[in-house]
Ligand binder design. Structure first.
Ligand code: DON
Length: 307
């Protein structure tokens, strides 16, 4: 017998299955090849109960959804004040792959855009860390957030590295301004590996639920960050997680969220739940189109808008 929540989630996916708007990301060849019909979602409550529908166990690369979690790790490793010296917290109002640096400090405007996330990755662990140390930090932390051992998709990583000219250009600019202090190709490779970690919507919903509890992984019960870190990360997601669509998203959906070019979206309802969706076709802002429609329905039907 089915229970009402999964029935509802199935119905939400079914109602949007025919929407074929948008297109797979094509600047990473491996993502262009992904099956565009894949569609799944999961919701995990702060008590650790997960409800899932559709392709809930299909793995896809986390891409930019890694950014808020790596940002949390960098704050844990280096302290908020240190991280704020190198990355700001203002919405950029620009696409994710624009340089978007502050005029006076040359800090990237926030950690959700590529410039800010490449910088955040370079701050992981501590001064003198190797590429392996930083990637390992991200992989280990994400695995504890998800409650299972995650791994890097080497094909996606190689595919992106083969055409990472823009991220290399961004990172070289950051290096000239002294925001990055390390070997640029090595930082970009490490960041790309972080983006190539494979997750399912089930994983994403648990990772997000860990932010929603204020830092306690709700299934394992492990404290992974202080409440102040979780609050800071959720606030930055609300301000900048959806790039140049952040204001439209916050008014229409009202759930702090972060998207990735593989088609994932993660959303956090403080004190309530974490949500993950997956559908590869993207809108013009680089956000999953059917994922956005799912979040709009959840927000409306379940009264999840924060305001
Ligand atoms: O750096 C990149 O371009 C990708 N690894 C991640 C970009 C991304 O996911 C943008 N999000 N919608």
């Amino acid at each position: 017998m089915k229970t009402p929540v999964p029935d509802y989630l199935d119905e939400v996916l079914d109602s949007l299955r025919d929407d074929t708007g948008g297109a797979n990301a094509d600047y990473i060849p491996e993502l262009a090849e992904a099956d565009p019909e894949r569609f799944g979602m999961a919701l995990t409550t702060t008590l650790g109960r997960t409800y899932a529908a559709g392709d809930a166990d299909t793995e896809f690369s986390i891409q930019s959804i890694s950014k808020p979690f790596a940002y949390a790790a960098a704050i844990i490793d280096r302290g908020l004040d240190h991280v704020l010296e190198f990355v700001g917290v203002e919405p950029s109002g620009e696409a994710f792959n624009e340089l978007s640096l502050e005029g006076d400090t040359h800090r990237p405007k926030n950690p959700m855009i590529n410039a800010g996330a490449i910088t955040t990755h370079s701050l992981l662990v501590g001064a003198g860390a190797s590429q392996g140390d930083r990637v390992d930090r991200a992989l280990t932390f994400f695995s504890r957030l998800a409650g299972r051992d995650l791994r890097v998709d080497e094909r996606v990583c190689a595919s992106e590295l083969g055409s990472a000219h823009r991220n290399l250009a961004i990172a070289y600019m950051l290096r000239t301004y002294g925001i990055i202090d390390e070997d640029v190709p090595s930082i970009v490779e490490g960041y790309t590996r972080q983006c190539s970690i494979l997750v399912s919507v089930r994983d994403l919903s648990v990772m997000a639920a860990t932010l929603a509890t204020g830092g306690i992984q709700p299934v394992t019960g492990e404290r992974l960050m202080d409440p102040g870190v979780a609050r800071h990360v959720m606030a930055v997601m609300a301000a900048a997680g959806m790039y140049d669509a952040a204001g439209d998203w916050l008014t229409r959906v009202g759930i702090p969220a972060k998207s990735g070019v593989a088609g994932g979206i993660v959303g956090v309802l403080p004190d309530r739940a974490g949500v993950g969706t997956f559908s590869p076709r993207l809108d013009s802002h680089g956000n999953s189109r059917r994922g956005r429609l799912v979040f709009e329905r959840l927000s409306r039907d379940m009264g999840l808008h924060l305001f």
